[in-house]
Design a protein around this ligand. Structure first.
Ligand code: MLT
Ligand code: ZN
Length: 402
């Protein structure tokens, strides 16, 4: 049984195999928003409710569910929880796990477990919901969730900056933390090659000088003064030679246009051709060495291949994707995959930051994780789903079928 939400995952976690022995469990008729509490700041929604619909419902109360993903008109609450989805709001509000207060799940033996408690403090028993968040439908089926809401911020500012190096990007991040504090809600990175793809396939150009790296910095708050703080950040960075160029959006329309430069990278990359995707996280200070070594390894593994680097630098998560060269074969993709993942592990990172292992990264995780960690996960699986009824072959390799 393969539970499926909006089918927008990037790791094949909700896709059945071709054996003819797997059933897709669609939850798209479970769409009820059971409750919104605008004072207690919670929403209780069923698994098939669409993220955009839940956000719109919260907005009528002046509240928001702070999860922002490009396909938010398709992604569902159940899918978000099951994959512990990230997105563009993680810096301020954390991953879906950090927003989840309660769950209702169906276990592989059919037991319905109701833990839909809208409580911030609840230490009664094991916090079992954590097992299901991010388990990609392998331990139980999430049928409803209580998620945290936040007040909709009244003020918002977005800036686009161009910098010459990743080191300067990190310097700017530290300065943005100091200048903007808790209101800092986004710190996204787009490499030059990714920005060129956006220009070629989406017809959008950054309104600043061409740079090796572009940074989108966003601040949100109930209090005013954000634009002034962003302008001061920009001016100081410019005077100290950290930023090459930059602009602070003058209107919400301009901010939307700046964000489109970031949000349209994935579709522009797809329009360019097939790519090998990596969804990695690293300690922030490891990024300069990792990126330099990755470019070196790429050049020797496949001279025609081009990296497309972008992502959530403030969260320590980037998408180091590689467009294959003309003469590259499938084995090049595999070699590249291994090379990049080896580097990630050497620098203390993770090969699956926000997209999940799904089916595409199962073998790599098995290759790179410690035996004790894999064995612990296998014990959890065998305890809840000893017959591998749920989403077989995802996250953990499936035992041989008869
Ligand atoms: C993004 O950050 O834009 C998404 O995770 C999509 C992607 O990796 O292509
Ligand atoms: Zn991402």
């Amino acid at each position: 049984v393969v539970p499926q939400g909006g089918n927008t995952g990037l790791s094949g976690g909700a896709v059945p195999d071709a054996s003819g022995r797997e059933l897709v469990l669609a939850l798209d008729r479970m769409t009820t928003i059971r409750d919104i509490d605008p004072v207690g700041l919670t929403v209780t929604a069923e698994a098939g409710a669409i993220l955009q619909t839940v956000r719109d419902a919260a907005a009528t109360h002046g509240r928001d569910l702070p999860i922002s993903l490009a396909p938010q008109g398709s992604v569902t609450i159940g899918g978000l929880v099951a994959t512990n989805a990230g997105g563009l709001d993680v810096l301020r509000h954390g991953m879906t796990r950090d927003l989840t207060l309660g769950l209702e799940v169906v276990l592989p033996d059919g037991t319905v477990v109701d833990g839909l408690r809208a409580l911030r403090k609840d230490n009664a028993g094991y916090d079992w919901k954590q097992l299901f968040i991010g388990s990609e439908g392998t331990l139980g089926v999430v049928t409803a969730a209580v998620l945290r809401l936040v007040p909709r911020p009244r003020h918002e500012t977005t800036a686009l900056l161009g910098v010459a190096s990743v080191e300067d990007s990190l310097r700017l991040f530290a300065r943005a933390q100091d200048a903007i504090g808790d209101a800092l809600s986004g710190f996204e990175l787009v490499g030059r090659s990714a920005m060129e793809l956006v220009a070629r396939h989406s017809g959008l150009e950054p309104p600043i000088r061409a740079s090796a790296w572009y940074l989108l910095v966003q601040a949100r708050s109930a209090l005013p003064g954000l634009r002034e703080a962003a302008l001061a950040l920009l001016e100081n960075a410019f005077n100290d030679g950290i930023a090459i160029d930059g602009v602070v959006a003058e209107s919400s329309d301009q901010a939307t246009r700046l964000w489109a430069l970031r949000e349209r990278v994935t579709e522009s990359e797809a329009a360019e051709g097939p790519s090998v995707k990596h969804d990695v996280s690293l300690p922030l200070r490891a990024f300069p060495a990792f990126l330099a070594e990755a470019e070196e390894a790429l050049a020797s593994a496949s001279p025609g291949a081009r990296s497309v680097v972008f992502g959530h630098l403030g969260d320590g998560n980037i998408h180091y994707n590689v467009l294959l060269g003309r003469g590259d074969e499938p084995r090049h993709a595999e070699i590249l995959n291994r090379t990049i993942h080896d580097l990630v592990v050497r620098h203390g990172g993770s090969i699956s930051a926000e997209h999940g292992l799904g089916q595409y990264r199962v073998a790599e995780w098995r290759r790179l994780a410690s035996a004790a960690e894999v064995a612990l996960c296998a014990r959890i699986k065998s305890c809840l789903d000893p017959e591998f009824r749920l989403n077989p072959g995802k996250v953990l390799p499936q035992p041989e079928r008869d």
